[in-house]
Ligand binder design. Structure first.
Ligand code: KIV
Ligand code: ZN
Length: 388
């Protein structure tokens, strides 16, 4: 039987850490409402101790959210936990997300302490948070570069202390998919009590591997994926929600599903892009402007005969406007004819051959030919032929 993969959205926390993308409270409430409708399981609404405005936003999101669990981030510090607990209190279902760095780099050069101290602080934070809420997620920051044996010790200790979810972040986006999957498998096989909790994959995209690593984690036992709309986030960003969801959705060979309403993906991508003033790259998977655009003659001919020749996703499934046949100097006769028919003109084969030559000259000059250009092209041709 297929297993549900929980979608933990951190657009409003890790995503909002992008310089220049900070949102005002009303914008955050709008995005949070859209995420709740989209069907995410958890909304990480912010880092409440970071500023009074963030606290206020998390609290308001907690008040308005109808379905998702509302989560607030903390360090493994009591004051952080007190403030986060207060912020998420109004939520129907709330979670505190606490944690500490576990890699040698973080332990020795960031925290400047010992591994035993980190372990103690991790356990103490979980126990402390537990007095406020039942649902505690623990993150082992830089788990991607943490040695598996020590990571397993920390994870086992926090599970024993009451953590309900253990988050394994590849904070610097360093891991390879096999390596990250093996890390999750190692925890599954070596941590007592691990089957009682969710393992969460939180991957960064520094080497462009965030989505691949998250999927590898799922294939090896992770039951929650942390992601952001459009993959936004610090540096090269986080795992992209729409990519993970559509990979799981499209691959029947993956025995998983999510609760996401995929038809809302395009709209929410636009919303986040607009509110965060962060354009989506045109070639972005699933939601980019060119995700369903075909411009080369060979592809256009194939798509016009059967969309599935070059599309693995029905655009309607992600709420996109449909496939588009874009006319460039690489386009073929089939595409040109298709677009000419769309503006209501029917040409014979010899006529099409002639228009095609004129079209190529134009396309070489102006790169992309639109309907207005086409009307002129066909109009001139028809006039010329009528007169001759
Ligand atoms: O990337 C990371 O390690 C994080 C943690 C705070 C969860 O964002
Ligand atoms: Zn992160």
């Amino acid at each position: 039987m297929a297993e549900k993969i929980k979608i933990f959205d951190t657009t409003l926390r890790d995503g909002e850490q992008v310089p220049g993308c900070q949102l005002h409270k009303d914008e955050k409430l709008r995005v949070a409402a859209a995420l709740d409708k989209l069907g995410v399981d958890i909304i990480e609404a912010g880092f409440p101790i970071s500023s009074p405005a963030d606290f206020d936003s998390v609290k308001s999101i907690a008040e308005q959210t109808e379905n998702a669990i509302v989560c607030g981030l903390t360090r493994a510090i009591e004051k952080d936990i007190d403030v986060a607990a207060e912020a998420v209190k109004p939520a129907r279902r709330s979670r505190i997300h606490t944690g500490i760095g576990t890699s040698d780099l973080h332990v020795f050069t960031k925290l400047r302490t010992t591994k035993e101290d980190v372990l103690d602080r991790a356990v103490a934070a979980v126990k402390y948070a537990k007095k406020y809420v039942e649902d505690i997620e623990f993150y082992a920051e830089d788990a991607g570069r943490t040695d598996n044996e020590y990571l397993a010790r920390v994870v086992e200790a926090v599970v024993k202390a009451g953590a309900t979810v253990v988050n394994i972040p590849d904070t610097t986006g360093y891991c390879l998919p096999d390596e990250f999957g093996a890390k999750i498998r190692y925890l599954k096989e070596n941590v007592k009590g691990i089957d009682k909790v969710d393992i969460s994959a939180h991957c960064h995209n520094d080497l462009g591997l965030a989505t691949a690593n998250a999927i590898s984690a799922v294939q090896n036992g992770a039951t929650q994926v942390e992601c952001t709309i459009n993959g936004i986030g610090e540096r090269a960003g986080n795992t992209s929600l729409e990519e993970v969801v559509m990979i799981i959705n499209q691959h029947d060979d993956l025995p998983f599903y999510t609760g996401i309403n995929t038809q809302m993906l395009t709209d929410i991508s636009h919303l986040v892009s607009e509110k965060m003033r962060m354009p989506v790259q045109p070639n972005k998977a699933i939601v980019g402007a060119n995700a369903f655009a075909h411009s080369s003659g060979i592809h256009q001919d194939g798509v016009l005969k059967n969309r599935q020749n070059y599309e693995i996703i029905d655009p309607a499934m992600v709420g996109a406007n449909g496939s588009s046949i874009v006319l460039t100097a690489r386009s073929g006769r089939a595409a040109l004819n298709y677009r000419i028919e769309k503006i209501g003109v029917k040409l014979t084969k010899p006529q099409l051959d002639e228009v095609y030559q004129e079209f190529l000259l134009l396309a070489d000059r102006i790169c992309m030919v639109d309907d207005e250009d086409l009307k002129k092209l066909v109009g001139d041709y028809v006039v010329t032929n009528i007169n001759s």
